[in-house]
Ligand binder design. Structure first.
Ligand code: 4FN
Length: 236
C-alpha cells in the first residue's frame, strides 16, 4: 500500500514513518511512503504559502495554489483514476478502527495536513474526498493526526506485522479492552501473578481472560461494552 503525505513539515512525517515497524515494512516492500513538501509547489518568489483571511480575524491560512498543485503532482502519477484524499481536520468524522479497516482496502491514499488556521476552502473542494478527525482537542498541525491514522491503517496491511506482533492486539477486533497481563517474575513488590495464569489449564485461562476483558470494558468503556453486547445479541 502506498501513502502520500502532503505537508508543510515533511521532517515530522519522515521521522515517524522511518522508525519502528512502519520503517521495516517499507524496507520489506509492503508499504511505501511519499512525503511531499507543499512549499516546493508555491509559485510565490519568496516561497510564501500562507496569507491573511478575507473578512479579517486572527491568523493565517494556507493558500489554495500550492496545496492544489502539490495534490495535482501526486494525483497525476495515479494510473487508476482519482485517489481517495483525506483531509485531517477537527471538522471531520471521528477516526475509528472500522474506518482504519475500510481505508486499508485502498491501494493508495493521499493525506493532506493543515497548518496555521487551515486551508483555503476552494482547494479542499477540488481535492478532498474524506474529512477525518482523531478527536476533540486543539493541535498545531495535522501531521500527528495523519501519522496516527497511517499507523492504524498500515498495520492492517498483509505482511506489515510479524506473527508475534499481530496476535495480541487482535483482541480489540472483538471490540473489547485487553485483559490484564503479567510477565516474570511470579512475585514482584509482593504482588503475585493470578494463580490461574500459572496453572497450565488453557481452558481456565481463556475463561479468566474473557471475564476480565468483559469487566474492564463494562467499567471503563461502557459504550464499547454496550456495542459488544448488541453485536452478540444480533448473532443469536
Ligand atoms: N487542528 C477544535 C476547534 C477548532 C480548531 C481546532 C484545531 C491544526 C490547521 C486545524 C485537531 C484535532 C484533531 C486533524 C480544534 C486534527 C486537528 C485532528 C487539527 C492546524 C487547522 C488544526 C473543537 C476540536 C477542539 C488546528 C476542537 N484530527 N485547529 O485544533 O488539524 O485531524
Amino acid at each position: 500500500m502506498r501513502f502520500h503525505i502532503l505537508t508543510l513539515f515533511p521532517e515530522v512525517a519522515e521521522a515517524c514513518l522511518k522508525s519502528s515497524i512502519l520503517g521495516r515494512a517499507e524496507k520489506n516492500g509492503c508499504l511505501s511512503f511519499h512525503v511531499v513538501n507543499i512549499r516546493d509547489y508555491t509559485l510565490d518568489k519568496h516561497k510564501k504559502v500562507d496569507d491573511y483571511t478575507y473578512g479579517g480575524g486572527a491568523g493565517m491560512l494556507m493558500q489554495a495554489q500550492p496545496v492544489y498543485d502539490a495534490w495535482r503532482s501526486v494525483q497525476d502519477t495515479a494510473a487508476a483514476g482519482p485517489l481517495r484524499t483525506i483531509y485531517v481536520t477537527p471538522q471531520g468524522r471521528t477516526f475509528t478502527q472500522r474506518i482504519a479497516g475500510e481505508l486499508a482496502q485502498e491501494k493508495e491514499l493521499i493525506f493532506l495536513c493543515g497548518h496555521y488556521e487551515g486551508i483555503d476552502e476552494r482547494a479542499l473542494e477540488e481535492t478532498v474526498t474524506d474529512q477525518i478527525s482523531i478527536g476533540d482537542y486543539v493541535l498545531t498541525g495535522g501531521e500527528l493526526p495523519a501519522m496516527v491514522m497511517i499507523d492504524a491503517i498500515a498495520r492492517l496491511v498483509p505482511g506489515v506485522l510479524h506473527n508475534e506482533e499481530s496476535t495480541q492486539t487482535e483482541s480489540f477486533q472483538n471490540g473489547l479492552l485487553e485483559y490484564p497481563q503479567y510477565s516474570r517474575p511470579p512475585v514482584w513488590h509482593g504482588r503475585a501473578v493470578p494463580e490461574v495464569l500459572l496453572s497450565g489449564d488453557h481452558k481456565k485461562v481463556e475463561e479468566w481472560r474473557l471475564e476480565q476483558s468483559l469487566r474492564r470494558t463494562r467499567e471503563r468503556r461502557p459504550e464499547l461494552y454496550e456495542a459488544y453486547c448488541n453485536r452478540r445479541d444480533e448473532e443469536t
